[in-house]
Design a protein around this ligand. Structure first.
Ligand SMILES: *Cc1c(COP(=O)(O)O)cnc(C)c1O
Ligand SMILES: [Zn+2]
Length: 575
């Protein structure tokens, strides 16, 4: 697997969350070289950044990428950005009057591109994948991560396999499908779904998103803290002459996996280390009573989570029965720095949802409303004082795709009962063999038998071609970015089809064609030639009989290309 070289990210290191060992930064996040622990933290050169930021930030637009020095990406070149972050900090007048809370704010994360705060995570993680040259990814999700990742993957030319527990509403599943991701519904709960996704990734040799163990997920959520710190200082003034930015007394969020609060904590911790704020906020972590492993475990004073195996809540977005190490992390934080775990019933959540919509004009999905139900409870019990500064994360609101837009085959269903079958990685060449049980079921998901090689020196053009083919779902795609590299790849893989750019610096498409036609075992592979320029007569003559299809860049649509390919190599790649 490709990894990002440390030279590009020389100021960033990975620090082990258990033993403190430091090692070079890598994508995907590796485990600790010393103790094998898989919870790593990214560390930066805080001293240097502290001095540079005041000047630099003044010039930059208010998006999450304004804090790029504290994000693990080597260059803006890799940013996959659609305007995420930089969301409004609202001061809800009616609500504040009702509750008697003058300093209550709402961080409106619905304002992200796919309407949830998962877009921060998607933007950074997909950017990191792009930098690491990864073009295929699996993710398990209760809905919103899959929606966000799908949008950003479409943008970046990454093929995404999404695995969803059966309770995820069909509306959300359709929203995922419209972006061209594979949608696999696992008839099981979220925790089993995660296992099935991991097995599929392992079996197919595809990079899995490792959720909270992927440092990118937490690093992205830090930007909520950075933005809040600047926005609160603008609203309430700096807390002291020495500290320009501001922390609230409380950060409130509905939690399932815990990415948000852990990221926000780390963000404030970094600002605190840099002397930009005078404190770190207490975390109020809200869960649905029917699936509240963190709240239950905290009440029993357990440092490790006791999972909930049978979630009973309609608030599916936060129905994670086993948050694993995220709970232990949050447990320690709340023990050491104060904070609260609170559970709310679905009824309380829906009441809060109506209240926010009718009093403040804020319609949101139920997971976001759970945070407000928690706020009401913590104010009532006096855990949060009325005059304290509080920020509630209004985490999301989905706007689903209309039913009629998708054909019948957009959803695949996989029984979760198979998740415990043993599995080992299978080399790509053996992918076609028949197998039983889970292996067979996983193979059924992936029917890509036709191999296509793209030879194109322009990375943007290669990404577009790749994306068009990815959304068809049934091709194995490899890429070369020069003529000679392409020829080597074709010789090694004997693809079913070649897509060839004509103008390339080292060895142009004409020469590649000549070589292909001279080789007995390669000369019958169909070739689609792609050109950026009008061909003259001489060039047309040279292509005569050598190529099956000619595409002019900037003058073809996805459907033309796909139907052309099907005419050339048939549809039997599909079942
Ligand atoms: C993911 C999600 C949550 C919970 O987020 P975590 O910080 O990962 O626990 C809450 N609300 C919405 C809308 C979400 O999408
Ligand atoms: Zn370690």
């Amino acid at each position: 697997m490709t990894t990002v070289s440390p030279a590009m990210l020389r100021d960033i290191t990975l620090e082990c969350g258990a033993c403190g060992h430091r090692q070079r930064y890598q994508v995907p996040t590796p485990a600790c070289n010393e103790c094998g622990n898989d919870w790593m933290e990214v560390r930066y050169d805080y001293e240097r950044i502290r001095h540079l930021w005041p000047d630099w930030l003044r010039e930059r637009p208010f998006t999450m990428w304004r804090y790029c020095e504290l994000l693990p990406l080597s260059s803006a070149h890799y940013q996959v950005s659609m305007g995420e972050g930089g969301t409004a900090l609202l001061r809800p007048q009616n609500l504040n009057m009702m509750l008697g809370t003058p300093n209550l704010f709402i961080k409106d994360e619905r304002q992200n591109p796919t309407n949830s705060f998962k877009d921060r995570q998607a933007s950074l993680v997909i950017s990191m994948m792009k930098e690491a040259n990864i073009t295929e990814l699996t993710v398990a999700s209760t809905g919103n991560v899959a929606i966000s990742y799908s949008a950003y993957s479409a943008h970046a030319g990454i093929k995404l396999w999404t695995f969803l527990p059966s309770l995820v509403p069909p509306d959300k599943m359709r929203e995922i499908a419209i972006y061209g991701s594979e949608v696999i519904k696992v008839t099981a709960n979220y925790d089993t779904t995660k296992k099935v996704a991991a097995r599929f990734a392992c079996h197919k040799g595809i990079t899995p998103d490792r959720g909270i163990r992927n440092v990118g997920t937490r690093e992205a959520m830090k930007t909520i803290a950075f933005e809040m710190a600047e926005q609160l200082a603008a609203e309430l003034g700096p807390p002291s002459p020495d500290h320009p930015w501001r922390a609230p007394d409380w950060y409130i969020q509905a939690v399932s996996g815990g990415m948000g609060p852990i990221g926000v904590w780390k963000g404030y911790d970094e600002l605190y280390r840099m002397g930009l704020v005078d404190r770190r906020p207490k975390l109020a972590l809200i869960q649905a009573a029917g699936c509240a492993p963190m709240v239950n475990s905290f009440r029993k004073n357990l440092p490790e989570v006791e999972p909930v195996t049978d979630p009973r809540t309609q608030v599916i977005t936060i129905a994670t029965g086993n948050p694993g190490p995220a709970y232990s992390y949050l447990y320690r934080l709340v023990q050491q720095h104060g904070g609260a775990f609170e559970a709310v019933t679905d009824e309380e959540t829906f009441r809060a949802l109506h209240l926010l919509a009718k009093m403040e004009g804020l319609s949101m999905e139920s997971a976001a409303a759970a945070a407000f139900a928690g706020l009401f409870k913590l104010l009532r019990t006096g855990v949060i004082k009325k005059d304290e500064t509080v920020v509630v994360n209004c985490s999301g609101h989905t706007f689903p795709v209309e039913k009629f837009l998708l054909d019948k085959n957009w959803l695949k269903v996989l029984p979760g009962t198979l998740a415990n079958t043993a599995l080992t990685p299978v080399p790509p060449t053996a992918r076609q063999s028949k197998s039983e049980g889970l292996l067979g079921a996983l193979d059924q998901l992936d029917k890509r038998f036709k191999r296509i090689v793209i030879v194109e020196d322009n990375y943007d053009a290669a990404r577009l071609l790749r994306r068009i083919l990815q959304t068809r779902g049934d091709f194995q795609i490899s890429e070369a970015h020069s003529g000679s590299e392409g020829l080597a790849l074709i010789r090694a893989t004997h693809p079913d089809l070649i897509m060839l750019d004509l103008t390339m610096p080292d060895m142009d498409g004409f020469s590649v064609l000549d070589e292909l036609k001279a080789a007995r075992e390669l000369k019958n592979i169909p070739v689609i030639v792609i050109t950026a320029k009008e061909l003259n007569r001489h060039e047309r003559d040279r292509l005569q009989g050598q190529t099956q299809m000619l595409l002019q860049k900037g003058d073809f649509m996805q459907e033309e290309l796909v139907s052309g390919i099907n005419a050339l190599i048939g549809d039997e790649g599909k079942a």
